[in-house]
Design a protein around this ligand. Structure first.
Ligand code: ZN
Length: 421
């Protein structure tokens, strides 16, 4: 937040801006017969509530024929309200419609009687999310496969967060940039490149380095896919604390203070199993971690840590990361530029990392798509080796670029490429 408003407003003023925002999520019964629509609704609600908004639900209490981790079974609204009691102080998820709201999110055919609030309609197909500013309803399009729905939730949560930020305009460091970054979109789409959208993907065995926000976003997204199965070793030494609640999609308040990997391994994630490895990924613990699995996914923002993991040369490496309001992912393998060519300099970050929920989540979604792509035999898309999302301005095109090998690469990935050839 302080990227845009600087140091002047107190923490209390920022908190008030976040926690006074009221969002209403509206859905009709026909839409909620689809698993993807339930995913879009539940994910939007969780992302907005974790960012401090009070979220009201105007929707039928649909039964859950597919699980929506970390929600328990039972019914959609009951599960969300139960979760909302333990995210941040106060009940953040409520049933009904408030007297006044900042943002309304519509799913399905239900229309909204327009008032002063900002109204968006959300939609998705299997692999693309859409948001448009309108108070008219329209049929929900996607079926069971939820990646497009997850992208739609990211789009919606960004707009709720921007509504909170706009309350701080008097503190804008640069009013023109503030308005340019935070004005609501009129329409935006977010494609998720994951190859074919097939149900019940077998993700195989893979390693996940970090149990933090990006990797929780990754596991959260994979766990919404009906019938997805796989086995993940999650490597992370730390315990969770209250400052993680705003962006750890799989962290429940009853788990605070426990080992992050133990909490993850105890969750019901459908056919996804988590094997907890409570170690830091470094020189000292490496002998206990080897051999690495063929696919390694990394969600650490510390750049030298990424270099160290790359230097072990897993067959395929996927990286998810965030920087300010940017979310990115990349893949690396022999024959393509390595992680150190992509980020050759360390950008030291000090102090706590107060990333917004939807930013980490979108990095996790982008990384999930990379894994789905590679398990289906893709993952050699050199032209899109890096993906970068400007999460505040998803009405601009997603930036997908090749990564150049550097001549002076310390990991010498060019030589490896020649050797492989
Ligand atoms: Zn390199």
């Amino acid at each position: 937040m302080r990227d845009l408003v600087g140091g002047k407003p107190s923490d209390a003023i920022l908190l008030e801006a976040l926690s006074s925002t009221r969002a209403v999520v509206v859905a009709n019964e026909t839409a909620l017969q689809r698993h993807s629509a339930r995913v879009a609704l539940a994910t939007t609600v969780q992302l907005a509530a974790r960012s401090g908004a009070i979220v009201y639900l105007e929707a039928p209490n649909a039964g859950l024929d597919q699980p929506l981790p970390p929600l328990g079974g039972g019914r959609l609204l009951d599960s969300l309200v139960a979760l909302g009691g333990g995210l941040l102080p106060g009940q953040r998820i409520r049933i009904g419609v408030p007297d006044a709201a900042d943002v309304v999110i519509l799913l399905g055919e239900t229309a909204w009687r327009q008032g002063p609030e900002l109204v968006f309609r959300l939609n998705a197909d299997d692999t693309e999310g859409f948001i448009v500013r309108t108070s008219h309803g329209a049929p929900w399009r996607a079926g069971e496969f939820p990646l497009g729905a997850l992208a739609a939730a990211g789009l919606a949560a960004a707009e709720v967060f921007k509504a909170s930020m706009r309350k701080l305009r008097q503190y804008a460091l640069n009013p023109a940039i503030f308005d340019e970054q935070l004005s609501p979109v009129s329409a935006a789409r977010l494609p998720v490149r994951c190859g074919l959208a097939v149900a019940e993907p077998d993700l195989g065995a893979f390693d996940v380095v970090s149990g933090g926000a990006i990797c929780q976003g990754l596991l959260f997204c994979l766990a919404q896919i009906p019938g997805a199965r796989g086995s993940a070793r999650v490597i992370e030494p730390e315990r969770s604390d209250a400052s993680n609640m705003n962006r750890y999609m799989l962290l429940l308040d009853r788990e605070l203070g426990r080992s992050k990997v133990e909490s993850l391994s105890g969750l019901a994630l459908g056919g996804l199993r988590v094997e907890p490895l409570p170690h830091r990924f470094d020189e000292r613990s490496l002998p206990r971690l080897l051999p690495l699995r063929d696919r390694v996914l990394v969600g650490v923002d510390d750049i030298p840590s990424r270099w160290f993991i790359q230097a072990q040369w897993p067959s395929w490496l996927g990286i998810g990361a965030t920087s300010h309001f940017g979310a990115m992912s990349s893949w690396h393998a022999s024959g393509a530029a390595c992680a150190q060519c992509l980020h050759p300099r360390d950008e030291a970050i000090e102090g706590p990392l107060p990333t917004a929920a939807f930013v980490s989540f979108l990095a996790g979604l982008s990384l999930a798509a990379r894994l789905l792509d590679v398990v289906r035999g893709g993952g050699t898309d050199v032209a899109g080796q890096q993906e970068w999302l400007d999460t505040l301005r998803l009405d601009r095109a997603v930036w997908r670029t090749p990564v150049a090998m550097r001549q002076a690469c310390p990991l010498n990935c060019g030589a490896r490429a020649r050797y492989a050839a």
